[in-house]
Design a protein around this ligand. Structure first.
Ligand code: PLP
Length: 399
């Protein structure tokens, strides 16, 4: 890897923290027993897995029995939505209504669309120009047949933090199950399943210094969703498959570390983030996207008019900067991100998006470097752009 590289894409994934790596290593070579084996060597792995579960529970203010390890955030989201639908079907409600938002991650959105094909009705709530969901709109959308509300805790593209505790109180008052995709929130902002009054919560290890391929679905007792994955009956019969012991141990170590460091690290990151936002929005025809108040500490996101996001990323890559753009054609479609369209940006502008997400390894020097390089690349691309009026230094759509 290029050692001059600045990694500023922590919302996409993070490096494994050294503590998490250290905690995991013995389980590959010495403590590799199967937790289901009856001999002591297997039972040691089982006991260490349960310690990891308890540590995760402590970080979320949950009980260990409410923590189920999964293969990641995507599986946890799928399980939450499909599991609630199946649970209700088992109770005789073969169809029903689900409330979610227009800005969810595809792990939720595509699962909701899948359930629509099965006969469920889904309300996709709009968000305001900052990407915030209105709790009153959630309440107004509740119907007698509503089986689930699913609202993400923080958005992965624009960093907006949602009013989860307010929505939790509404869900509870109406006795509707409430799921939150907290993949971007856990380890970055305080997360408390009691304060939030959530019934289900998804998280993913690699977003806060844990390993890839392991996540958690929190399930409030006595709620017991039917399994998504059938087999040998691990995880109390709810999520089969030989347990990923090193993964669970690494996730727990990384989460414990992230939560311990959260108050100091979030202040440090927010200062760097705000320096980036202040610096880059000095460019003309440039806007920060998402809420400036309710915001993940490490995420800065922008749109630059007259610039194409993918070209921006490639040129930043050439300068050693790893960042991300919501305009990436991830699904082979040329449409810009559903999130940027949902906050009301026109297609042409949504195409020029950039997300810079900072993490523990980023320094003020990194930010200063980006404050030099990003404007240089933006200006360079604008000079070449067919939609940039060079003479008047404005996008062609501005009269
Ligand atoms: N939900 C959100 C908000 C995310 O940002 C992500 C990952 O980008 C996921 C779910 C899926 O997590 P994973 O890819 O670890 O399964």
């Amino acid at each position: 890897m290029n050692h001059t590289m600045i990694y500023a894409d922590h919302a996409s994934t993070t490096a494994l923290s050294p503590k998490a790596l250290e905690a995991m290593l013995p389980y590959f070579t010495q403590g590799y027993g199967n937790p289901s084996s009856l001999y002591a060597f297997g039972q040691q792995a089982k006991s260490d897995l349960e310690k990891a579960r308890a540590a995760v529970a402590r970080c979320l203010n949950a009980k260990p029995e409410e923590i189920y390890f999964t293969s990641g955030g995507t599986e946890a989201d799928n399980w939450a939505l499909r599991g609630v639908a199946e649970l209700m079907a088992l109770k005789g409600k073969k169809t029903g209504h689900i409330i979610t938002t227009a800005i969810e991650h595809h792990a939720v959105l595509h699962t909701a669309q899948y359930l629509e094909k099965q006969g469920y009705e889904v309300t996709y709530l709009p968000v305001d120009g900052e990407g915030r969901v209105d709790p009153a709109a959630v309440e107004a959308a509740i119907r007698p047949d509503t089986i689930l509300i699913s609202v993400m805790a923080a958005n992965n593209e624009i960093g907006t933090v949602e009013p989860i505790a307010e929505i939790g109180a509404i869900a509870k008052a109406h006795k509707v199950l409430f799921h939150t995709d907290a993949v971007q929130a856990v380890g970055h902002i305080p997360v408390d399943v009691e304060a939030w009054q959530v019934d289900l919560l998804s998280l993913s290890g690699h977003k806060f210094g844990g390993p890839k391929g392991v996540g958690v679905l929190y399930m409030r007792k006595p709620l017991r969703l039917p399994p998504l994955i059938h087999g040998g009956g691990q995880e109390k019969g709810r999520r089969s498959g030989t347990e990923n012991v090193p993964g669970a141990v690494g996730l727990a170590a990384a989460l414990t570390e992230a939560v311990e460091n959260l108050s100091a690290e979030s202040v440090r990151l927010a200062a760097l983030r705000d320096k980036l936002i202040e610096g880059l929005t000095k460019l003309p025809y440039t806007k920060a996207t998402g809420s400036l108040t309710y915001r993940l500490p490490g995420t800065a996101s922008f749109v630059f008019e007259g610039v194409e996001g993918e070209a921006l990323l490639l040129h930043l890559d050439a300068k050693g900067i790893c960042a991300s753009s919501g305009s990436a054609c991830s699904s082979a479609s040329l449409d810009p991100s559903h999130v940027l369209l949902s906050i009301g940006l026109p297609h042409a502008i949504a195409h020029g998006s950039l997300r810079i997400s900072l993490g523990p390894d980023n320094t003020e020097a990194d930010v200063d470097y980006m404050l030099n390089e990003v404007p240089a690349v933006v200006n360079y691309l604008r000079e070449m752009s067919p939609v940039w009026d060079k003479e008047n230094q404005k996008p062609t759509w501005v009269l």
